[in-house]
Design a protein around this ligand. Structure first.
Ligand SMILES: Nc1ncnc2c1ncn2[C@@H]1O[C@H](COP(=O)(O)OP(=O)(O)OP(=O)(O)O)[C@@H](O)[C@H]1O
Length: 811
């Protein structure tokens, strides 16, 4: 039972074009019968039906539908009522045109918790009853209007609702189908309430049990339709002579002419009749058309009255399907959501090919653009950096018009305070020299010239056992530790050696020779400090850096020849030379060595020629050498744990000498990075505009494709809404659909394109310098998923937020 109480409905309330469409309508509908709301066009019939049917909002009054009271339009509550209680039949059918008849009908059962078999049985039953079972597998679009309306009736009946709402259901049908549809509705009305909206009096008066006449938003008449009139078919175009007036008869022996007129004609009928060769010729002397009855005129002349259709003639329609149990919510189950999404994808057909194509192209464009972008921002550190990140390089330059002496003095004073005192001011770092691999393990490669150039020398003091991944700490002068970075960088550049040096570990115990001193070092340890560094004794590195002299300390000699030099001492400015050299000095009767720094050292001993060094000095003299070198070269390096702090401290210390020199202090590794980035930026600056444009174009393409896909499916969404599927379920199905489409378009495309980029980027000989970190692809994929879902969500939500009646605007 439905009770409508003082219902008010306005369109465009508060605006200039406000329209008061329902003016305090009160009406009650019993549980059974065919009630026809009759009225002229624009009188408010559909508005009333939509309000009752929960398809549109109302502004005043209340309704009670099967015990549920609605004081205002409540989308959630009406969703459930729509689903449980109502079946709808519309003038425009509102069927999913590209889906089969069975699918459309079954859709109405999706929210009900019954088995698939039961659903199929119910669908089969209604289709049989409505005589359309043979079209079950046909697409709705292939059916005629009458057949489509029967499908829509089947959809309304399949859940056996208590109330059927039918808005001009015969509006688009011919007479034959109008009769059929109305007789079905009439038969159904024996067991349930059918509310029919129509403007055709003859339909209302013939089929309805009760007629509610409405005019200008008010009920003007409400009565039982007891004197159901006979129904005259409108499509019967025959001329029934007995319904017309015989106005004249011209009769004599030869002619008998009867003249019938529906309306009196003022014109005179003037014909010439000529009989010749057994045929009658008629000449029309006036302007009217002369037609001969039969096929040509499309009608016959029948000497009878026009036949009426009586209730007994109306086709009986037997229908009995058990009512379905009310459910808690109009939601679809997870399974149904999946089914809906998959079915939608399957049926997208050509349109889907278009969307897939667009998404793939956009994903390719985006991936390439992002790769290009990351290339400018990110870099392969091993390729760009060749300096230990702990180093700060210090240099000075004189102020204009400063005297050389004053300049030297000031720098000396500065160094005394800041450079000579600390243990971490080194002269070495990298001297541009190279180390060649001896390839002892693989003699075949000995002449292949594997040379390491990009590295820093770092004092052994800065590496400890815990930093080693392979080998041990050096014990002798010529033993060194090499960081794995150097080998990784080597493999990056030319992985053909990977067949021989399979991994970093295979470099252990190999020898490296300095091209400056000829000193040969054995790799006894491999560290993993993430630095391009070779760790060796500080004075050995100093020897390479200063002037190519091989310098050693007494301690190193003692370690090399255990027990042999334990009693040997070295005072300040005392030196040891090799036995070979000693011979020369003795021959020349010289016992002093003048080194390149101008200092003189007294020869106090000799060491075996097998200890391949040139001089042995004590620690203090080694340091003096280092200091002198700092002073002459006007620069040095500091190994520090905090480069920023060190740079700031040095600059502050140099302020005292700002009149004489300016000091520059920088991290060489950071400088290399900055330089690389600047170069990349310069390289990319031209293409940046293109990149931004490509990103924007791709995003626009994606946006419009997805949005137009959704909006082109408004009708489909309207159907879901009209049959009462919950908003949330429709949105979920749409999002799932987009999720799936994205998964087989964007996901593989980005992965493949980034894989291709990675692959070409990893071929050193191509020197593309392409970098595409894996997380960039992951971020891009995630961003595209979010974007696609969001673009789908917003329009769907926008469409579904409207009351169904606003979506289902009558054509
Ligand atoms: N969405 C709308 N916005 C503004 N006015 C509307 C809207 N829908 C209907 N109207 C107006 O409300 C009045 C009642 O319309 P309604 O559709 O209920 O009439 P009807 O009796 O069903 O007419 P018809 O038989 O032509 O469909 C009409 O004047 C119509 O122009």
């Amino acid at each position: 039972m439905i009770k409508v109480n003082q219902l008010e409905k306005y369109f465009n309330k508060g605006k200039n074009n406000e329209l008061h469409a329902l003016k305090g309508v009160s009406v009650t509908f019993e549980d059974k019968g065919l009630v026809c709301i009759l009225g002229e066009s624009g009188s408010g019939k559909t508005t009333l039906l939509n309000a009752i049917g929960g398809l549109d909002t109302f502004q005043g009054g209340s309704m009670e539908i099967e015990g549920i009271t609605l004081n205002k339009y409540d989308p959630k509550a009406v969703e459930k009522i729509r689903n449980d209680k109502y079946g709808y039949i519309f003038q425009n059918y509102y069927l999913l045109q590209d889906y089969t008849v069975a699918y459309n009908v079954k859709l109405a059962l999706n929210t009900f918790d019954i088995s698939e078999e039961e659903k199929d049985e119910r669908v089969e039953y209604v289709l049989q009853k409505l005589d359309i079972a043979k079209y079950k597998k046909k697409l709705v679009s292939q059916l005629s209007g009458g057949q489509q309306q029967r499908v829509s009736i089947a959809r309304a009946l399949v859940k056996s609702p208590k109330i059927i709402l039918a808005d001009e259901p015969t509006g688009n049908l011919d007479e034959e189908n109008t009769l059929r549809t109305m007789s079905i509705l009439r038969s159904i009305a024996k067991d349930c309430l059918v509310i029919l909206v129509s403007h055709e009096k003859r339909i209302a008066r013939f089929f309805a049990d009760r007629i509610i006449e409405i005019a200008d938003g008010c009920i003007v008449k409400d009565y039982e339709n007891k004197n159901q009139t006979a129904y005259q078919r409108m499509d019967d175009g025959n001329i029934y002579l007995q319904d017309m007036e015989c106005t004249d008869v011209v009769e004599n022996d030869k002619y008998e002419i009867h003249v019938y007129e529906e309306e009196q004609t003022q014109d005179k009928i003037r014909l010439n009749l000529a009989w010749k060769n057994g045929k009658l010729y008629i000449q029309n002397l006036e302007n009217y058309d002369v037609l001969f009855e039969g096929a040509e005129a499309g009608c016959e002349m029948i000497d009878d009255t026009k036949p009426d259709i009586d209730m007994e003639d109306v086709e009986e329609f037997e229908f009995s399907l058990p009512r379905l149990k009310d459910h808690k919510k109009a939601k679809l189950s997870k399974k149904e959501i999946w089914k809906l999404a998959l079915e939608n994808i399957r049926l997208m057909g050509k349109k889907q090919a278009f969307i897939v194509g667009i998404l793939v192209v956009a994903a390719v464009m985006l991936t390439i653009t992002i790769a290009n972008f990351t290339n400018g921002v990110y870099y392969n550190e091993r390729e760009v950096v060749s300096e230990d990140s702990h180093y700060v390089t210090v240099g000075i330059s004189p102020q204009a018009s400063v005297d050389d002496n004053e300049y030297d003095k000031a720098f000396k004073a500065f160094c005394k305070k800041n450079a000579f005192t600390g243990a971490n001011s080194d002269i070495y770092r990298s001297n541009g020299g190279a180390l060649s691999l001896q390839c002892d393990s693989f003699w075949q490669l000995a002449s292949s010239g594997v040379v390491f150039k990009k590295f820093s020398y770092v004092s052994l003091n800065e590496v400890s056992k815990k930093d080693l991944i392979y080998g041990r700490m050096p014990q002798k002068r010529n033993e060194i530790v090499v960081d794995r970075w150097i080998f990784d960088a080597f493999f990056d550049k030319d992985n053909s050696y990977q067949a021989i040096y399979r991994d970093v570990k295979s470099f252990l115990n190999e020898h490296l020779t300095s091209d400056i001193t000829g000193d040969t070092f054995q790799i006894v340890g491999i560290s993993d400090k993430g630095e391009p560094s070779i760790y060796m004794d500080q004075y050995t590195a100093m020897g390479i850096s200063i002037n190519g002299d091989k310098i050693a300390t007494l301690e190193q000699l003692q370690k090399e020849y255990p027990g042999q030099y334990d009693n040997q001492t070295l005072g300040d400015h005392e030196i040891m030379v090799s036995k070979e050299e000693m011979k020369g000095y003795k021959r020349r009767k010289v016992n002093k060595v003048t080194m390149e720094n101008g200092n003189e050292y007294t020869i106090v001993g000799a060491f075996p020629n097998t200890f391949h060094v040139k001089y042995i000095l004590n620690d203090k003299d080694c340091q003096e050498l280092r200091n002198q070198f700092i002073l002459t070269s006007k620069g040095y390096n500091v190994y520090t744990q905090d480069t920023k702090k060190t740079i700031a401290a040095l600059k502050k210390a140099a302020q005292e000498y700002s009149d004489i020199f300016t000091l520059s202090a920088y991290s060489p590794s950071q400088k290399q990075i900055a330089h690389y980035q600047k170069k990349q930026k310069e390289r990319a600056s031209g293409s940046r505009l293109i990149m931004v444009a490509a990103i924007l174009v791709s995003l626009f393409i994606i946006y419009f494709t997805i949005k137009s896909n959704v909006t082109s499916r408004t009708e489909e969404l309207t159907v879901y809404r009209l049959i009462g599927i919950a908003q949330g379920s429709i949105i979920k199905a749409y999002l799932l659909e987009m999720l799936l489409i994205t998964s087989y378009t964007v996901l593989p495309t980005v992965l493949i394109v980034s894989g291709v980029i990675q692959f070409f980027g990893s071929i050193p000989s191509l020197e593309l310098g392409l970098i595409f970190p894996w997380w960039t692809s992951v971020a891009l994929i995630a961003a595209l998923y979010v974007l696609n879902l969001l673009i789908s969500y917003i329009p769907v939500k926008g469409i579904l937020a409207k009351p169904p009646a606003v979506l289902a605007v009558k054509e």
